[in-house]
Design a protein around this ligand. Structure first.
Ligand SMILES: C[S@@+](CC[C@H](N)C(=O)[O-])C[C@H]1O[C@@H](n2cnc3c(N)ncnc32)[C@H](O)[C@@H]1O
Length: 183
């Protein structure tokens, strides 16, 4: 009797979680698909090569594939992981209980509502329409010299300072931009 109730509860919770993930994926245009390990390594290596002047902001943190290694790699820099979808957000919170990172802040917010004024590095793996929406926000809020690193999706109309191409099936591109205000 009790095992059946427990099993039923677990199945119901898993179904609710799956429905929530699907609902937020439809609403926000992308699901919590993590960066591949190659993309992750490339982005972390790229970050390590920079002189980061400000906070690190991970826009759409998913399961923390980038946020946790960034927080570990840069213990003296505040890393803000922004995630709107409740299931990945809860996972991030639980992960933070296990992998404690004093400099990691996890916020449940829309990426368009967080201030980027103190960012020295912005990372993301989103989708084309999000990059289109972020462009004016970047141009209004970023400080000159802030670096934006985007997995796969370019900031429309911006000239990248560097484009890395991964040796994977999709020749995934990692775009790096050094922000300078449009003249
Ligand atoms: C493709 S995943 C990338 C996860 C992680 N950055 C990585 O590289 O592994 C994109 C994440 O962005 C989140 N997301 C999409 N739109 C968002 C929005 N407007 N505000 C906050 N998070 C958003 C999704 O819920 C998803 O978890």
């Amino acid at each position: 009797m009790f095992p059946a109730i427990i099993a039923g509860t677990i199945v119901a919770l898993a179904a609710c979680a799956a429905l929530l993930v699907i609902g937020y994926t439809i609403r926000f245009g992308t699901g919590p698909l993590p960066s591949s390990s190659r993309a992750q390594k490339e982005m972390i290596a790229l970050a390590a090569s920079l002189d980061i002047n400000g906070d690190i902001v991970e826009l759409g943190a998913g399961w923390g594939t980038l946020a946790f290694p960034l927080a570990k790699g840069f213990p003296h820099i505040r890393v803000t992981a922004v995630e709107i979808s409740p299931v990945p957000f809860l996972f991030l919170q639980l992960r933070a209980l296990v992998q404690k990172r004093a400099n990691l802040e996890i916020v449940r917010r829309d990426i368009l509502s967080v201030s980027l004024a103190r960012a020295g590095l912005v990372t993301c793996y989103l989708y084309p329409d999000a990059m289109k929406k972020l462009k004016p926000k970047f141009e209004n809020e970023l400080q000159p010299g802030t670096v934006v690193v985007s997995n796969t999706f370019a900031v429309p109309g911006w000239e990248p300072s560097r484009v890395g191409e991964l040796e994977d099936l999709y020749r995934t591109r990692i775009y790096e931009y050094r922000f300078s205000p449009p003249s």
